[in-house]
Design a protein around this ligand. Structure first.
Ligand code: PHE
Length: 344
């Protein structure tokens, strides 16, 4: 029996040494130490032994079992360790590889310009308002002193939804809406950025849809000099302290008198060069004193209240500020163009 046990030990250890698989080890464990295993089989026969032999063989059997168990445990630990090392090696991260760049978006140039202008006017006490892009004929034209068949409507041909509903041609209807909301009672300052529409053929300087920012200040004793001072602050903050402004007489049905504002050319500072087409000045925006009839229609008494209004195109402001020479660049979404204006 002793020999039998020793033979089992030798055989088991050989098998353990000869395998490299965890699964095979498991099978060896069952084959020798399991319920029907060979070592167990030998131990079952111990009952037949004499009293003297039993403890001797018992001790040997225990030793054999412990030896086989230890060999199995050691081997399986070794195999597990190897498997883990292999896995770690396979999954190793090469920290010296260059990273994959993450595509990060940023605000569109127009958004940035609009926000810059908003911030500037908020700083001067203006509230920011919005109005509908699908507008009534009344607010887009009539309330702004442009009755039906007024020839100035031709300057702002647009897309009609019905006879009375249209895509707004400017942000000026928000003037009328705001004044009505304040019921002719309160002084206020507001700016209104938003999309506007015109029936224009798209080219480098025209777009059938573009952006405007309207400004309106209504109070007692608002004067032309207030408009001029406000626009001067705006121009200098936006384009640089060294820029001058000038107002030229113009016409809008909803302002009287009306003006157009130019800023001095940044290249020649008023001398005249190719950028300003020899004039020394660049046109920026339109404005004027709110027409008494517009105030009246919105419920403000023009004898008591006066106001100024102005409207500008952020595309034009951005084009001048950054030297963009085609308005379509704002809408064709060429990432190479847009990326230039993303701040890090
Ligand atoms: N709404 C005018 C336009 O689109 C601009 C403007 C606004 C002029 C306010 C005067 C006052 O041309």
């Amino acid at each position: 029996m002793k020999e039998q046990l020793e033979a089992i030990q030798v055989e088991a250890l050989e098998k353990i040494a000869g395998t490299d698989e965890v699964k095979a080890l498991q099978e060896i464990r069952v084959a020798y130490l399991g319920k029907k295993g060979s070592l167990t089989g030998v131990l079952k026969g111990m009952g037949k032994l004499s009293k003297e032999e039993r403890p001797v063989i018992g001790e040997i059997a225990n030793k054999v079992r412990d030896t086989i168990t230890a060999a199995l445990d050691e081997k399986s630990e070794k195999l597990e360790q190897e498997a883990l090392e292999k896995q770690l090696e396979a999954e190793a991260i090469d920290i010296t590889l260059p990273g994959k760049p993450v595509n990060q978006g940023g605000p569109h140039l127009l958004t940035s310009i609009v926000e810059e202008i908003e911030d500037l006017f908020i700083g001067m006490g203006y509230e920011v308002r919005e109005g509908p892009e699908v507008e009534t004929d009344y607010f887009n034209f009539e309330a702004l002193n442009l009755p039906k068949n007024h020839p100035a409507r031709d300057m702002q041909d647009t897309f009609y939804i019905t006879n009375e509903l249209l895509m707004r041609t400017h942000t000026s209807p928000v003037q009328a809406r705001t004044m009505q909301e304040y019921k002719g009672e309160k002084p206020f300052k507001m700016i209104c950025p938003g999309k506007v529409y015109r029936r224009d053929n798209d080219d480098a300087t025209h777009s059938h849809q573009f952006t405007q920012i309207e400004g309106l200040y209504v109070d007692k004793n608002v004067r032309m000099s207030d408009l001029k001072g406000t626009l001067d602050v705006f121009a200098k903050k936006m384009f640089g302290e060294d820029r001058e402004i000038r107002l030229r007489p113009s016409f809008f049905p909803f302002t009287e008198p009306s003006v157009e504002m130019d800023i001095s050319c940044k290249v020649c500072h008023g001398e005249g060069c190719s950028v300003c087409k020899g004039t020394g000045w660049i046109e920026i925006l339109g404005g004027g004193m709110v027409h008494p009839r517009v105030l009246e229609m919105a419920g403000y008494n023009p004898k008591e209240y006066s106001g100024f209004a102005f409207g500008m195109g952020p595309e034009r402001i951005a084009m001048l500020k950054y030297g963009v020479n085609d308005i379509r660049a704002f809408y064709t979404n060429d990432k190479r163009f847009l990326k230039q204006y993303h701040q890090a």
